[in-house]
Design a protein around this ligand. Structure first.
Ligand SMILES: [Zn+2]
Ligand SMILES: [Zn+2]
Length: 421
């Protein structure tokens, strides 16, 4: 940065994970910068960030439309059969007692991703052909609020697992709508991989002056600065809101540990019915069989489907327990001011944040099976009450991870805050 330039959010960024104020070097395309204190990625400059997100978003939208119009999956056994379109994997549940579960699945597997793609497409086009700034700012805010809740890749895995499960019961055929959904998922993920949130906001609204000149390495809070978690600008805290995206600002998330802990307790309570009640009800030739998550894993293991059994075991049993235990320990160690292993604890936090959504796999498996296996008394599958409870566990643990503010790990003790590890 030149001596004559005023320090701004363009040159300095507070680390999302530890609040360390870092001077961002000029990055070439494809380069990324990491925080020197906690080691987490802090800024990046994806290649072709102007073109690729728009191209992938448009491809993704077309593929999603095709995926909904073309046959998704079909199944047949002993002269009876059924075929479904993509949206029916969720909407079949509307007509039964599981409308809320159906709506949730429909939201996360295509409605929210669709909204994100439309918002992203609008903002990228706005950057090329100037439009109203307020509308673009609103669109970007909604885009980054909704984006964490899209679960296209998890639904894809759930569908693959269902295919393997169905193959053991009947003849299953994959339609062209399925391949369109695969293409949609890949293009959707790529469109966000090539997106630089900070740079996007910078192009749209511009940098924010810091009003102070950072001299020695320090945390943003020591200079009354804060990172806006929505637009990733580092801005003066005194305003109370981010001048770039208008979000409310906090030096630390209010009652972070309390909210995280309360949500964890709710998840633990809900985890009991999620495992004790039946996840899936199978009706075969008039006989009804209920199976819990664990029973489903045992049946798969006995049938020799070891990889699928392992996927369900890890996603539905290991990950929720590990995530709850990890967050409980992070809450406790942060509350007690433990100054050790701060880098490791920060990494653990980001890992729990990343893996939590994958637990939805089993819920998606049940939804696809319940939509597809509809052959009357010969063979039908319905979701059990545990599916609703388990989806609740996944969403609540995701909320509890979002409530945890990892910067608190680095706040204590004050005497060591200034020293990068
Ligand atoms: Zn950091
Ligand atoms: Zn902001």
């Amino acid at each position: 940065m030149c001596a004559s330039e005023v320090a701004s959010s363009e040159h300095y960024q507070a680390c999302h994970s530890c609040d360390w104020l870092v001077q961002i070097p000029s990055l070439a395309e494809g380069e990324a910068a990491c925080c020197p204190r906690c080691g987490q990625p802090i800024a990046s400059r994806p290649r072709f960030a102007q073109q690729r997100p728009l191209v992938y978003a448009l491809t993704s939208l077309i593929m999603l439309l095709c995926a909904n119009l073309l046959p998704f999956l079909s199944v047949s056994t002993q002269g009876l059969g059924n075929k479904i379109l993509l949206y029916q994997a969720a909407t079949t549940l509307f007509s039964e007692d599981y409308a809320s579960l159906g709506m949730l699945i429909y939201l996360v597997m295509q409605l929210l991703p669709l909204c994100c793609l439309l918002l992203l497409g609008y903002v990228m086009l706005r950057l090329r052909w100037h439009g109203p700034l307020d509308l673009s700012r609103l669109a970007l805010r909604w885009l980054f609020w909704l984006q964490p809740w899209g679960m296209v890749e998890v639904f894809m895995l759930g569908t693959l697992v269902s295919l393997i499960k169905i193959a053991a019961l009947a003849e299953v055929q994959v339609g062209s709508g399925f391949w369109c959904y695969v293409a949609f998922s890949l293009a959707y993920l790529k469109s966000f991989m090539h997106l630089d949130r900070n740079r996007l906001w910078q192009q749209l609204v511009g940098p924010v002056p810091l009003q102070v000149e950072p001299i020695a390495p320090c945390s943003a809070r020591e200079l009354d600065l804060a990172l806006c978690h929505l637009c990733h600008a580092t801005v003066p805290l005194d305003r109370g809101y981010c001048p770039r995206c208008q979000s409310r600002l906090h030096a630390r998330q209010p009652q972070s540990l309390q909210r995280c802990f309360a949500l964890l307790l709710a998840a633990i309570i809900l985890y009991v019915p999620a495992n004790a009640l039946p996840m899936m009800v199978t009706e075969t030739l008039g006989s009804v069989m209920n199976s819990t998550i664990l029973q489903g894993v045992v049946v798969l293991w006995k049938m020799g489907d070891y990889p699928v059994a392992m996927v369900i075991f890890f996603a539905s049993i290991m990950i929720p327990i590990a995530k709850i235990l990890a967050l409980l320990w992070l809450c406790y160690s942060t509350h007690s001011g433990n100054p050790t292993h701060r880098r490791g604890r920060t990494r653990l936090y980001h890992l729990t944040e990343f893996v939590g959504r994958w637990s939805m796999v089993d819920v998606f498996v049940v939804a696809v099976l319940a939509a597809l296996i509809r052959m009357g008394k010969l063979m039908s599958i319905y979701p059990g009450d545990a599916a609703v409870a388990f989806a609740g566990v996944v969403l609540i643990t995701m909320l509890s991870a979002m409530a945890f503010d990892s910067r608190l790990i680095w706040d204590l003790p004050p005497s060591t805050v200034r020293k990068p590890e």
